[in-house]
Design a protein around this ligand. Structure first.
Ligand SMILES: *Cc1c(COP(=O)(O)O)cnc(C)c1O
Length: 463
C-alpha cells in the first residue's frame, strides 16, 4: 500500500472510529447470535487474489461488527471493564504505526526508557516505596505466573515439597499460574475467607504451621486486594507477618483495585504492600488505558533476572552493562511498546483527572448499592468498598437455594437480553450474585440508572 493510499484509507477509518466512539451506546452491548454465525459467513480458505480495501472494510462492518461485544458501551457493567479511552487509542495507533518490537534497549531505546519512567510515575501514584521497580507485563495472569516462577526458583528444596497459598476467592490465574510453575493443585492451599470475602490470616497461619510440621516448604503466598467476584480486600499486614515468619514470597494481586490507591483516601487498602515481594495492578482495568497493560512491581530485581534472563550471542549489545533489557524481566522475548499509551493517558487526564474518574465510579457504585439496599426485595451480597456491587433479588419468603439462584439467573438473562446493559454474575458463598462493575471512562450515571430501571422491570415481568 502506497503511503498516499494509506492516508486516504486511514482518514476514512478514523472517521469511522470517531463515529463509532460517538454512537457505541446505540449498539446492543452483547450481540444476540448463535455460535458459528460469524465463522459460517467467512470463506473457508484464504483468497488467492488480492482484494480491495473497500471489500475488506465492508465485511468488517457487515460480518465482524455485528458479532462484537462493545466493551466501551456505557451500559457495559460486566466482569471488570477495560479502560479504553480515546487518548489511549491514539497512542495505540502510534505504537502500531511504529511497529517496534521492544525486547531490548537497543531495539528502541525510547520504549525502554519511557517504560522505566512510566513505572516510576505509577509507583509514586499508588504510593509504593522506592524499593520497588516496575515492568509492564501483558496481563495479570502473566505477572502472577512470573511471581510464582520467581518464588519457585528461590526454593532450596524440591518444588514437589513446596506449597502455595491464596484465598478461596483468589483469581483463577493463581491456580493456573501455580500449575504452570510446577506446583500441582494438591500443593496449592485455598484459605477460607471471612464475611467480607477477605482471606482469614488465622487460618492461613494454621495451614502454614501444619504444612511445615509435615515437612513441606511454603514457597509463596498470593494476597488479593480486590477479589474478582466481589472486591474483597485481603489484609496485607497480618499476611506479611506470616510471609516473613515462614520466609515465603508474598505476591499481591491488585489487578482491579490497585488503581484505587491513587486516591489518598483509599491508600489504606494497600497498607502493608511495602512488605510484599511483588505487586501487580492492571491500568487496563481501571486506569484509562486499553487492554493490555499490567504493571508488575518487584523488590528483588536480581531474583527476577535469575529466573528470566537469557542472552544468546545474537542479542548481545555493547550497552548491555548500562541499560535495562526488558526481555530479561518476563516470559516472552518480543514486547509491544505499551508504555506509550500510559504516557498519553496519564498526561491527557492528569493524576487529578484519573482520580476524579475513580471517585465518580466509586460514588456511582455506592449510590446504586444504597438505593438497592433500601428497596424492598433487593439485597447486597458483599460490601461495596470500590466500584463493584454484588446483589440479588429475593422474592418474599424465598430462602437460599436453587430456586433463588435460578430466579436471579433468569433476571440477569432478561436484563441482558435488552441489549442496553451487560452485567455478569459470581458465586458468593455458593449463592448466585449479580455483579455491576464500573471502570470504563464512558460509564455515566444515566447508564447506571438505566440498569436499575431494567432490573426492576425484569422483576415485574418475572413469570
Ligand atoms: C481480572 C483479574 C485478573 C486477570 O487479569 P488479566 O490481566 O486478564 O490476566 C487477575 N486477578 C484479579 C484479582 C483480577 O480481577
Amino acid at each position: 500500500m502506497h503511503p498516499n493510499e494509506f492516508r486516504a484509507e486511514a482518514h476514512r477509518l478514523v472517521d469511522w472510529m470517531a463515529d463509532y466512539l460517538g454512537s457505541v451506546g446505540s449498539y446492543p452491548v452483547v450481540p444476540s447470535m448463535l455460535p458459528g454465525a460469524v465463522r459460517n459467513a467467512l470463506p473457508a480458505s484464504a483468497p488467492n487474489a488480492a482484494e480491495p480495501m473497500a471489500a475488506i472494510t465492508r465485511d468488517f462492518e457487515q460480518i465482524i461488527l455485528p458479532g462484537m461485544t462493545h466493551w466501551g458501551h456505557p451500559g457495559f457493567f460486566a466482569y471488570f471493564p477495560t479502560g479504553s479511552t480515546p487518548v489511549s487509542l491514539l497512542a495505540e495507533m502510534l505504537t502500531t504505526t511504529l511497529g517496534a518490537q521492544c525486547m531490548s534497549w537497543q531495539t528502541s531505546p525510547a520504549a525502554t526508557e519511557l517504560e522505566q519512567v512510566m513505572m516510576e510515575w505509577l509507583r509514586q501514584m499508588v504510593g509504593l516505596p522506592d524499593s520497588f521497580t516496575g515492568v509492564i507485563q501483558d496481563t495479570a495472569s502473566t505477572a502472577t505466573l512470573v511471581a510464582l516462577i520467581t518464588a519457585r526458583d528461590r526454593l532450596t528444596t524440591p518444588v514437589a515439597q513446596a506449597t502455595v497459598y491464596a484465598s478461596a476467592e483468589a483469581h483463577s490465574s493463581v491456580l493456573k499460574g501455580a500449575r504452570l510453575a510446577g506446583f500441582s493443585e494438591a500443593q496449592v492451599r485455598l484459605v477460607p475467607v471471612d464475611d467480607a470475602y477477605a482471606l482469614r490470616p488465622a487460618l492461613l497461619a494454621e495451614l502454614l504451621a501444619a504444612d511445615v510440621a509435615a515437612g513441606l516448604t511454603p514457597a509463596a503466598i498470593v494476597a488479593t486486594v480486590g477479589t474478582t467476584a466481589s472486591t474483597g480486600l485481603d489484609p496485607l499486614h497480618p499476611i506479611a507477618d506470616l510471609a516473613e515468619e515462614y520466609g515465603t514470597w508474598l505476591h499481591v494481586d491488585a489487578a482491579y483495585a490497585g488503581s484505587a490507591a491513587i486516591l489518598p483516601e483509599l491508600r489504606p487498602i494497600l497498607a502493608g504492600v511495602e512488605r510484599a515481594d511483588s505487586f501487580l495492578m492492571n491500568p487496563h482495568k481501571w486506569l484509562a488505558v486499553h487492554f493490555d497493560c499490567t504493571a508488575y512491581f518487584v523488590r528483588d530485581v536480581a531474583a527476577l533476572h535469575r529466573s528470566f534472563s537469557a542472552t544468546p550471542e545474537y542479542l548481545r549489545t555493547t550497552h548491555d552493562p548500562e541499560v535495562v533489557n526488558y526481555r530479561d524481566w518476563g516470559i516472552q522475548l518480543g514486547r509491544r511498546f505499551r508504555a506509550l499509551k500510559l504516557w498519553f493517558a496519564i498526561r491527557h487526564h492528569g493524576v487529578e483527572g484519573l482520580q476524579a474518574m475513580l471517585r465518580g465510579h466509586i460514588a456511582m457504585a455506592g449510590a446504586f448499592a444504597k438505593r438497592l439496599s433500601e428497596t424492598a426485595g433487593w439485597e447486597l451480597m458483599a460490601p461495596v468498598p470500590l466500584g463493584l456491587v454484588c446483589f440479588r433479588h429475593r422474592p418474599d419468603g424465598m430462602a437460599d437455594g436453587a430456586a433463588l439462584d435460578d430466579h436471579n439467573r433468569a433476571l440477569l438473562a432478561r436484563v441482558n437480553a435488552s441489549g442496553r446493559v451487560f452485567l455478569t454474575h459470581a458465586s458468593l458463598s455458593g449463592r448466585f450474585a449479580i455483579r455491576l462493575a464500573l471502570g470504563h471512562v464512558a460509564t455515566t450515571q444515566a447508564a447506571v440508572d438505566e440498569a436499575w430501571t431494567l432490573l426492576q422491570g425484569a422483576v415485574r415481568s418475572a413469570p
